[in-house]
Design a binder for this molecule. Structure first.
Ligand code: URA
Length: 428
């Protein structure tokens, strides 16, 4: 193939053939296609879009760039184990993976969660879990299989051989303004989830200021595309569309999100975190052939907490060790009496990021204790001078920029807002 011809085809609004896509992804992964050529193609895709068939072929080519795991032989006590996973498109305060894996695993279903680190204003599951002393994200494939069979729940980093084309492409998209492109997002997420080998998948597609997709129509389109890609690859896939215009729970950070997850696992915790955990667990258990299972019961009777402790210990984590705390705090107060009608996810997410909970570049380290602890949620009545949130960091020079991120993120009004649903739609 002539790379320039392929770029020109997409630049002029044409459709790439399966062979063009297969060749291009393979040649790029092996370093034969230059970064500037792939950059040009990505921008052409960003502007022209891709047909559904092209997205499927792009996804298949990314899966084929590495190895696809297969959990078909997974068993416990001689019985085959079903596998199921959840993927969230990313949000603020989204710690759902932490309680969810153990809840589902407590019913004897295996949950292989290959997760990432955070970039930008949304947190990463591995960053959160790494605040637990001793816990490690890097497991060999053999360790992952044995933990799935013994404990059922695993959260670990994806190995270098899982969709390597996506690793390279995502880094390039990050520096070429081509991340927020529906076909590229759908194929990036689904190539990793299909290569991971789960037999069923529940997608939590976020909508709102703190999400990739700011409006419901775009989010629904992303969800439909991803569900279709999953089904085409033989993975039983459904999606929930959920609100991300305001943070989930009261904790946005790393260690403080683990702490909040522990409250949920102990049968308490914030209502929205519990609601979403149960909704996603219900979908995962249904997809794994356990429609009878009651996830709320697993939270109430301690079986989910037991599965959590075993999962953490299996990866070297110390369940008894205190979680790290930030050294410095700064309290943001309500300026007037009234209803909190706006508590913007993006503003709070960026504040947490600037305080050190997130990273701007892949190489950056995150602070375990940093973040934002909310004292009120959207819809609550607050009084002037009451604490609205506490900013947490080890680097107090970041307080000023965190407060800037919160400019316009909070609005207090005399009019009580309507309660807005957390779960907006189900696609699949
Ligand atoms: N998450 C991914 O893994 N890929 C994207 O393109 C966007 C979000």
């Amino acid at each position: 193939f002539d790379v320039v011809d392929i770029i020109r085809t997409k630049r002029d609004g044409g459709e790439l053939t399966p062979l063009m896509i297969e060749w291009m992804i393979d040649a790029y992964t092996r370093g034969i296609v230059a970064e500037e050529q792939m950059s040009a193609l990505l921008m052409a895709i960003f502007i022209r879009g891709m047909h559904r068939a092209e997205v499927g072929e792009w996804t298949a080519a990314m899966i084929a760039s590495g190895t696809r795991l297969d959990f078909g032989d997974l068993s416990r006590d001689g019985r085959a184990l079903a596998t199921t996973d959840k993927h969230s498109t990313g949000g603020v305060g989204d710690k759902i993976t932490l309680p969810l894996g153990p809840v589902v695993a407590s019913f004897g279903v295996a949950v292989p969660q290959l997760s990432g680190r955070g970039l930008g204003h949304t947190g990463g599951t591995l960053d959160k879990l790494e605040s637990i002393p001793g816990w490690r994200a890097d497991l060999t494939t053999a360790e992952m299989f044995s933990q799935l069979s013994d404990v059922g729940a695993v959260v670990c980093a994806a190995g270098a051989d899982l969709a390597p084309a996506d690793k390279k492409l995502y880094a390039l998209r990050d520096v070429t303004a081509t991340v927020d492109c529906l076909p590229l997002i759908a194929s990036s997420i689904m190539s990793k989830k299909i290569a991971e080998g789960t037999s069923s998948l529940v997608l939590d597609v976020k909508v709102g200021s703190g999400a990739f997709m700011k409006d419901a129509e775009d989010a629904a389109e992303l969800a439909r595309t991803m569900v279709g890609l999953g089904l085409d690859a033989g993975v039983s896939t459904v999606a929930l569309l959920t609100d991300m215009s305001t943070p989930l729970g009261y904790a946005v950070g790393n260690a403080i999100e683990v702490e909040e997850s522990l409250e949920v696992l102990a049968g308490g915790g914030p209502a929205d975190v519990v609601e979403l955990t149960i909704a996603l667990a219900t979908e995962m258990l249904r997809a794994a052939g356990r429609p009878d299972a009651d996830p709320a019961a697993a939270l109430a009777d301690g079986s989910a907490m037991d599965a959590w402790r075993r999962m953490i210990a299996a990866q070297g984590g110390d369940n008894a060790a205190p979680l790290p705390k930030a050294g410095e705090t700064d309290v943001v107060l309500a300026e007037r009496d009234g209803y909190l009608v706006r508590l913007d996810a993006l503003g709070v997410g960026v504040a947490g990021w600037r305080l050190g909970a997130g990273r701007a570049r892949k190489e950056d380290k995150v602070q375990a204790g940093a973040g934002v602890r909310l004292h009120a949620k959207r819809g609550d009545y607050v009084r002037a001078g009451e604490p609205l949130m506490t900013l947490l960091t080890d680097t107090p020079e970041s307080f000023a920029r965190a407060r800037e991120a919160l400019d316009g993120a909070v609005e207090i009004s005399d009019v009580q807002p309507d309660a807005s649903p957390l779960i907006l739609d189900r696609i699949g």
